[in-house]
Design a protein around this ligand. Sequence first.
Ligand code: C2E
Ligand code: MG
Ligand code: MG
Length: 548
Amino acid sequence: MPQNTLQVLTDNVDLLKARASKYAVYGVLIAVCAIIIATCLVSYVQHGNVSLSGIIEAQKTNVALWLLDFTPFGFAIWGQYVSSLMAFQAGAMVVDQTNELRAHAAALERRANYEVTHDRLTDLPNQVLLRDRLAQAVQLAQQDRSRMAVLVMDLDQFKDVNDALGREQGDRLLQQVASRLRAAIQDTETVARSGGDEFAVLLPKIRSEEQAVQIAVTIGNALKAAFDLSGSKLDVQASIGISIYPDHGSSADDLLQRAEVAMYTAKQEKVSYIVYESSQEKNSPRRVTLAGELRQALEGDELLLEYQPKLSINNDGNAEVEVLSRWRHPNHGIIPPEEFIPLAERTGLIKLVTSWVLKNVCHQMAEWSSNGMHVGVSVNISAQDLHDQDLYDRVTGLLAANRIEASRLVLEITETSIMLDSERAMSMLHRLAGIGIRISIDDFGTGYSSMAHLSELPVKEIKIDKSFVLGMVDNPKYKKIVRAIIDLGHNLDMQVVAEGVADEWSYRELTALRCDSVQGDYISVPLSAPALAKWIGNAWPARLVENL
Ligand code: C2E
Ligand code: MG
Ligand code: MG
């Protein structure tokens, strides 16, 4: 037992010793009673009665009574000793259990941290850890005035492997590539899986560009031998882009983006590696340049929010909307979320996007409330947000600062993202639901969530994916799917929302199928905040419900 724990236990025992224990008091009382009874008996036997003089005589002359007179002291010492022994043992037991609990909590924390920073499939560092190490390496290189390099590698025709051999074989190929990459680099270097079939290598210290090129060649050689996928041999090639600090950028973001531009150039020119040059920018796909511009877009308030009404068919009087982001790009015009949200997820910027959306939505809700408009808002969040430890504090802080009841906020997560469950993400969902925020599963029917898993989640609502609702008109099978999802949701005590309700027929069908709420262009397209206020004033929800 550690010295300081022993000291604490001894102190506790000393404290106990300073007070009379229950056992000591009982012992002393029993002994005193025994002395009184024995003295009275002796007095009676000697004098035939019990009198004061007889009792004094008995105490003066009877040796056995003298011995009995010492028993209260003996009991007092015994009682105190037994109590302090028990206190010490109980204390030691509590200390043991506390240490065990602490060790268990520390192990859970280590595992959770590992999950957030590593890729499950290959066990390599993921995008999060790569960026962290890259930022540190850039800082060190700045201090030491040294050079460092980033290599971004993408497998050629990986999609064909997935399509032809199946996802499982695709996964096995990625695992084999990862272990060859790990073997090809030094311990001081980092190899990470930065997404799909893309890997990145961080070289924290290089003497020259040639050294980075040499490592690209080594990696290319490591992939030369055919891969073995359940008996079939497969040749795999890769394209590598190289960027160097300080020649091609002075921040982690710049270096990664430029290595990616070089990688695309290598792919187009069908060479195995290429070092970045500014002239390559014109070759890079739009998504690469957009990824680089997204951070500035957030700082420059280029994102904007639209609100699409979510109409309750039961007409419970509650106005609800879903907030959808758009990017007003200075050159490309409005860029839809389906283009920039995946980019934000790939580059780790999604947490900033979600923070921006939550902040602006809460301000908007507060403004509406002050005008007497109590609108519930659904916000889309990504799987990565659930791993963000700060999400809970950020959401609760915003709700409190803007005086919004938690029940007015709905967080939509996609069915696919709940499949990427981890203990940390699940505990975040439970914490958010615990304070009354409603959790909704978006695009339901497109993923592979297990029913057992679904019933354990703190989910209040499912949203039928718009592909089924839009398809209902032409395809009776889709109507069956929609009906099955509505029944499933109701059996699990969840509200069911249909999105993509684009015409009156679908609206009436969904009403007949007892769907709870509808969202779609037939109800209203997504609107700006002022247009929504007008729409609610004019139409909500009487016009449509009366039409039924
Ligand atoms: P979602 O959450 O499923 O949103 C519904 C999408 O369906 C919206 O597309 C909406 O405009 C579209 N929609 C609604 N009714 C109809 C209809 O009747 N017909 C058709 N064809 N489409 C309809 P949008 O705004 O392009 O958003 C696409 C997706 O981008 C969203 O799907 C959501 O997953 C994601 N998204 C949007 N904003 C955010 C955001 O702030 N954060 C995150 N993480 N994702 C967002
Ligand atoms: Mg949604
Ligand atoms: Mg959806």
